[in-house]
Design a protein around this ligand. Structure first.
Ligand code: NDP
Ligand SMILES: Nc1nc2c(ncn2[C@@H]2O[C@H](COP(=O)(O)O)[C@@H](O)[C@H]2O)c(=O)[nH]1
Length: 325
């Protein structure tokens, strides 16, 4: 198996088929809706809050609300009252099961439910998928996080409508250091490996450091790309603003950090400071333009044309050109 990450790969251009990059369509269909970009901010407390999610939904973007210190039922009720789609995340504990029951009792089916736990290849996730499918059959269920083809196959067979791939590649992740496990350092090839067996969409989660990494994720099989750190440093980001030597930063911490958990138990995340870089809307416009450029370099007009390109691996044992057969 080839082992590589985002920094070890470059995609190879194909003959341009457009007069202008504005002809390239960066939108994606996911779970029955079309979104402007194949990108979703991470469901983390320092990345999204109610206001950010509302703005994303109202402006043609996918979102997943975080699940910490939050009344998920009230959130869904509120989004629906505003005529917006609801996309929540849940764990697998009794309180999460109760949330699903209450949503069903109130006939408040969220359009999207993400089951989001650290080690998603687990019977607990199987049981949660089955519970959601029994109680809220219309909801599109994304399940994760996982790292292997075996896990993708199991989650799909258990009823997940999409899987979320990425264990440990995140910027505030310390899973690799604390446990010795994960896809940190080879997330892109783990995605490729999982995509070979997937029959349903994959959300590639973590490790995105540049806008070009979005096109690389699409090339290796992602339908949607989850991004945390690149979104954590905006004026609207919910993290605390911190001033250091006259410069402004936003706090960004892992969902499995003691900052999020409120206790030091099974900690697999840390806290960092992201420089503040302006408005979220401006970053999304720039991302859309960059993905449009990626599509044009791929010699295409649509997002999935990126899947057709060849690539090179830079340096290392696997270096060389990789041509599609
Ligand atoms: N993508 C990634 O690499 C990672 C992401 N995270 C994020 O942190 C947040 C908290 O995750 P998580 O702690 O799973 O959620 P929860 O706090 O909801 O706990 C998940 C449940 O699974 C059990 N469990 C069994 N094995 C594991 C394991 N290896 N890791 C975690 N739980 C396990 C836990 O029991 P018990 O606590 O008793 O063991 C608990 O009951 C989530 O948003 C998750 O996505 C966390 C780590 C890695
Ligand atoms: N191992 C951990 N992973 C975490 C934690 N909190 C969130 N995450 C994952 O990181 C991505 C974001 O990655 P980034 O590289 O874009 O910053 C996020 O979507 C989660 O999957 C954590 O505490 N530990």
């Amino acid at each position: 198996m080839e082992i590589f990450d985002y920094d070890h790969i470059l995609l190879l251009p194909r003959k341009c088929r457009v007069q202008s990059r504005s002809e390239c369509d960066a939108s994606v269909e996911f779970g029955g809706r079309r979104f402007k970009l194949p990108v979703v901010p991470s469901n983390m407390k320092t990345v999204v809050d109610e206001k950010v999610c509302e703005w994303l939904a109202a402006n043609g973007h996918f979102y997943v609300m975080h699940r910490f210190d939050l009344d998920n039922v009230a959130f869904v009720r509120d989004m629906k009252a505003k005529g917006l789609f609801a996309s929540i995340s849940v764990g697998i504990k009794p309180a999460d099961v109760a949330t699903i029951d209450q949503l069903a009792a109130e006939k408040l089916a969220p359009e999207y439910i993400t089951i989001d736990i650290a080690h998603g290849h687990a019977d607990s996730v199987r049981d949660m998928i089955r519970h959601i499918k029994a109680k809220l059959p219309e909801s599109f269920v994304i399940a994760g996080n996982v790292a292997t083809p075996e896990a993708v196959i199991d989650l799909e067979n258990w009823g997940a409508d999409a899987t979320k791939v990425g264990v440990g590649p995140g910027k505030v992740c310390i899973t690799r250091l604390k446990t010795g496990f994960g896809t940190g350092g080879w997330q892109l090839s783990a995605l490729k490996w999982c995509a070979r067996v997937a029959t349903k969409p994959i959300v590639a989660d973590g490790g995105i450091r540049h806008h070009g990494d979005i096109a690389k994720s699409i090339r290796f099989g992602a339908t949607m790309v989850m991004v945390g750190s690149l979104f954590a440093g905006h004026e609207e980001s919910p993290g605390r603003t911190v001033e250091v030597d006259g410069e402004l930063f936003k706090e960004y911490y892992g969902s499995a950090s003691d900052f999020n958990k409120g206790e030091y138990r099974h900690v697999e995340g840390k806290r960092i400071l992201e420089p503040i870089k302006g408005k979220l809307a401006d970053t999304l416009v720039e991302m859309e333009q960059d993905v449009q450029s990626s599509i044009s370099y791929a010699g295409g007009k649509k997002l999935l044309d990126i899947r057709k390109v060849n690539y090179v691996i830079l340096g290392g044992d696997n270096a060389g050109e990789h041509l599609l057969m």
